[in-house]
Design a protein. Structure first.
Length: 257
């Protein structure tokens, strides 16, 4: 059902069983998947693709032009998967041509009120941005990461899978997967043990990750020596250890420690 006060461009594609609330604006070349519910006063910008069974609350802005001086009005996109929840006053910007032209959002993510995702960010699945969490441009967040309220992530940073960034935290370097980061300038405070147990990580994997944390971040070894020792460890072939090693090896901004 589309409310009679909503403004929906004729070139928008609205799926089956979609609800569009009062005074919502949907621009041209928008695609809204079946079962999605859009509340009142929301804005869906040109070039936005929204998957199935999403929930977009009042006054959210999804797919507006990026806040980037490099943007010159090019045709860019915001691509969002299924079953995402976008709460009040959330802002999700589409991409820029220099950044690849696409902001990508996976499935089953939760964007709490006033959180912000800037241009060219890539988010995986089941990511949570708490109230007021802010992502600058070109950030990558892997699956199941949680970003605490009023935290801010510097552009081009990466947040690893199952990482937890505490509230009021400023992140200027990559946060490795499975770790807990906190502080006005992010520092690591061990493993995100509670989160890993919630996702039923094995005791063996948690023990191996705790050992890896001690070797990499709490020993006197250089990073190169610590990674070499981990590769030779008996748990090196665990998928969690492999992912941690690869994440650190491919970091471009350096690793939060």
């Amino acid at each position: 059902m589309i409310h009679p006060t909503a403004i929906v461009d004729p070139k928008a594609e609205i799926g089956d069983d979609v609800e569009v609330g009062p005074y919502t604006v949907i621009e041209k070349e928008v695609v809204v998947g079946s079962g999605t519910r859009i509340r009142s006063h929301a804005f869906i910008g040109e070039g936005t693709r929204i998957g199935k069974n999403c929930r977009i609350y009042q006054f959210a802005s999804v797919g507006e032009a990026p806040q980037a001086l490099a943007y010159r009005g090019e045709k860019t996109y915001l691509l969002m998967g299924d079953q995402n929840t976008v709460r009040e006053y959330v802002t999700l910007n589409r991409g820029t041509a220099p950044g690849g032209g696409k902001t990508l959002i996976g499935n089953n993510n939760l964007f709490m009120a006033y959180s912000h995702v800037a241009h060219d960010c890539h988010l995986g699945n089941q990511v949570i941005l708490a109230n007021g969490a802010t992502l600058a441009g070109h950030i990558m967040i892997e699956d199941h990461a949680i970003i605490g309220g009023l935290s801010a992530i510097h552009q081009f940073c990466q947040i690893g899978a199952h990482a937890f960034v505490s509230g009021l935290t400023g992140v200027s370097q990559d946060v490795p997967p499975y770790m807990l980061a906190a502080g006005s300038r992010a520092k690591l405070f061990g493993l995100n043990t509670v989160g890993l147990k919630r996702f039923h990580f094995s005791e063996k994997a948690i023990r191996a990750l705790k050992k890896a944390y001690r070797i990499i971040f709490r020993s006197s070894l250089t990073l190169e020596s610590a990674l070499k020792q981990l590769r030779e460890d008996e748990d090196a072939q665990l998928s969690e250890i492999q992912h941690l090693l690869q994440f650190i090896q491919h970091s471009k901004r350096g690793i939060t420690r």
